[in-house]
Write a protein that binds this ligand. Structure first.
Ligand code: FE2
Length: 432
């Protein structure tokens, strides 16, 4: 819990602001704050953007950074990824699991992502991954809010892991997961949703299910998830992750489904980098992109978040855990290039996942946690365009990561110019 005075920043709405953090909480945000004592630590943000920290609401810390182990996913499909993970799982060791997750958490902090919801596989012969991720959550608790989801990767019924799932929750895992489309039949998928939602209701927990992660337009398990959410009164506590089949659904059916999702106050988590990579693999041309109907869901007032899902694991060979890369991909894939649409894509890695994850005191208002990122950008849209340097990453008033501003010096004849690719390169910047 620290004090920090951040001078000369700009907020998402374009307002210039100073921010004062006292004892880890935001005490004041205004255009000019005077009378700061000499012993309060200070930084000058030099007119760059202040944003609440990024949030990754869908990730797999137990699988991350294992790319190529024991082999590479040749088909690039979700199903080969799952079977590859099944080969790797029996060989996992506690210290290696922790080391890889540790590395990812450090990358996350450096990129300004200070909250991660991570699914953890509970469908193996033991709960090694859960034990390891609980240790990682504890280690990083003052720097990173890690929320763990008990995830039956191989199917609740298909792998018979209900006991393991309950044990993981007893051990302190936070959220109930599921994978209904991967059960043997749609009926068993629906039954798994019922059982898992009842567990969440009884334990007072949130729910986040991998749901309809396929190109099958008739994969409609989201329908049953909305039904159980409403039946058990779990409003605003349930999220459907992926929902890629919605990309391929008939428009008429979608028009029936959307109001049911509104009624259930369903949270939605799309994973654009992964969805467009894994889906559509059975298509020739045209190839479906597989991302859920983000634009329509946002327009319907649903909370839509974007997750990274994977970084260098059996499903995805790339990534550096940069949530701006995720949001940038989403806005391209979803045709969301309107000004407000791009801002909504920024909210899908900040305020909407904070709501879905029930994070308390999130934001840049007085009374919120003193957690923020100063980006080398002047607006959220510029941040999406450039994926710029995270100049300062601040947690409860403490600077936990710094990065030098990026700048090229070019010489044209006698003239030398600094190029940052931001609006500050333009002679008119600050005059309009
Ligand atoms: Fe996932």
């Amino acid at each position: 819990m620290s004090d920090l005075f951040i001078k000369n920043t700009v907020l998402e709405n374009g307002q210039n602001a100073d921010i004062l953090i006292i004892n880890g909480k935001i005490a004041e945000v205004s255009s000019s704050i005077e009378g700061i004592s000499d012993d309060t630590p200070k930084i000058d943000a030099d007119g760059w953007l202040a944003s609440p920290p990024f949030i990754d609401s869908h990730f797999h810390l137990d699988a991350t950074l294992s790319y190529g182990m024991p082999r590479i996913n040749q088909s690039g499909t979700l199903l080969e990824g799952i079977s590859l993970w099944g080969e790797l799982k029996p060989t996992l060791k506690m210290d290696e699991l922790i080391e890889r997750a540790d590395n990812l958490c450090r990358w996350s902090i450096a990129k300004g992502t200070l909250a991660i919801r991570s699914h953890v596989d509970v469908s193996g012969k033991d709960l090694l991954g859960v034990e390891a991720m609980l240790q990682v959550r504890e280690k990083f608790k003052d720097f990173l809010d890690i929320q763990l989801v008990a995830f039956p990767q191989d199917g609740l019924f298909r792998s018979g892991c209900l006991d393991n799932l309950n044990k993981a929750l007893d051990m302190g895992v936070d959220v109930v997961g599921g994978i209904p489309h991967f059960e043997r039949t749609a009926a068993q998928g629906n039954e798994s949703i019922k059982i898992l939602c009842e567990i969440a209701e009884k334990r007072g927990l949130l729910v986040d299910m991998h749901c309809d992660e396929s190109d099958d337009p008739f994969s409609r398990q989201i329908e049953h998830l909305t039904l159980e959410t409403a039946r058990l009164g779990l409003f605003e506590r349930v999220a459907g992750s992926h929902l890629t089949s919605m990309h391929s659904m008939d428009n008429y059916y979608f028009s029936k489904l959307l109001p049911m999702m509104q009624e259930a106050k369903m949270g939605i988590i799309a994973n654009p980098l992964i969805n467009i990579t894994l889906q559509g693999r059975h298509d020739t041309y045209p190839k479906r992109r597989g991302m859920t109907r983000v634009k329509e869901q946002i327009n319907a007032g649903l909370r839509v978040a974007f997750g990274h899902d994977c970084v260098m694991d059996p499903w995805y060979p790339l990534g550096s855990h940069d949530m701006l890369e995720v949001a940038s991909m989403a806005l391209h894939v979803a045709h969301m290039t309107g000004q407000n649409e791009m801002k909504e894509c920024f909210h899908a890695i900040t305020q909407y996942p904070a709501q879905i994850m029930h994070l308390e005191n999130y934001g840049l208002k007085k009374g919120c946690n003193g957690d923020l990122v100063i980006l080398q950008a002047t607006t959220p849209v510029e941040a999406l365009r450039l994926k710029p340097a995270r100049l300062f990453v601040i947690k409860k008033g403490q600077i936990i990561s710094t990065e030098m501003p990026k700048s090229s010096k070019i010489t044209i004849g006698e003239e030398t110019y600094n190029v940052s690719f931001t609006q500050k390169d333009f002679s008119w910047y600050g005059t309009r």
